[in-house]
Design a protein around this ligand. Sequence first.
Ligand code: UT7
Length: 320
Amino acid sequence: MFSRITGIGSFLPGQPVSNDDLARRGIETSDEWIVSRTGIHFRHLAENGETASDLGLQASRRALAAAGLEASDIDLIIVATSTPDFIFPSTACLLQSKLGNQGATAFDVQAVCSGFVYGLTIAEKFIASGSHRRALVVGAEVFSRILDWSDRGTCVLFGDGAGAVVLEASDDRPGILATALHADGAHHGILSVPGSVCGGKVTGDPFLRMDGQAVFKFAVRVLAEVADECCQAAGVAPSDIDWLIPHQANIRILEATARRMKVAMDKVIVTVDRHGNTSAASVPLALDEAVRDGRIRAGQKVMLEGVGGGFTWGAVLVEM
Ligand code: UT7
């Protein structure tokens, strides 16, 4: 049994927040620094009380509409998030309730910025096994909640948003051509939120901490390697990929990955300039934008890639 992406949707909360807006809010930074180091001009930030399941709901409704399906048609809901509404129940169960779906399998995936690629791979395996036929895979994040707004080295990098795809069983043509997932927990310390809740109190540090340069080097290496691995598994030459959608962390990471893969930048979908880094939401947000504006067309091959805390990384090669 094959699986195909039949609908995509995304959602960004509120109005774009510029680098100058951040500086005006008292962060000791400048548009020049942020743009030159990251390529980020804007990000979107959720309102107080607006949760990952709220953002995921909007993206999911758009993906279901694009697929021509009702929420009740879905039998598997996977939400990739590192900023869940609650410790439990899962954001997937909360989203299921908001969508009005009953009875589907529903759970969250925690693989940080690789979460969507992990979720899509898991859904593909459920469908390949024959146990499920119509999956909703969502990346939804409110990273603004876990940022230390006094740490200018991290708070300017991230944004909030959600993206969703419907993945359906297909008897004939494969949509997902190959997948590859990896992790190496030895590198857990270079990007983490090293806190927890215990006895009603936060223990440890509840804010995102990052060794930016270590993350940068790691990301560039594994994004190129895993794309290559995925191409080999599918028997597709990297030059035959129509579009590359790496996790949108930083324009310099995207450029370095494309250079290593010998892919021209005009084949790379870039949203980091307007979305910032939306973690698990970044890949489906970028996919949705490029499908809706007509760049990505039916029959084209698209390489989706994630890398993030854990460390985790992975790729999914899709024929649209
Ligand atoms: O999903 C993965 C998420 N992570 C990433 O994508 C991060 C990957 N890493 C990076 O993109 C880069 O490492 C950063 C953009 C985070 C930082 O760039 P960098 O070239 O590694 O800068 P740095 O951390 O070495 O800092 C250089 C200088 C420092 O000043 P001094 O010590 O040289 O005087 C920082 O204090 O830049 C300063 N700085 C800033 N200045 C203005 C750090 N953040 C800011 C800021 N505005 N927002």
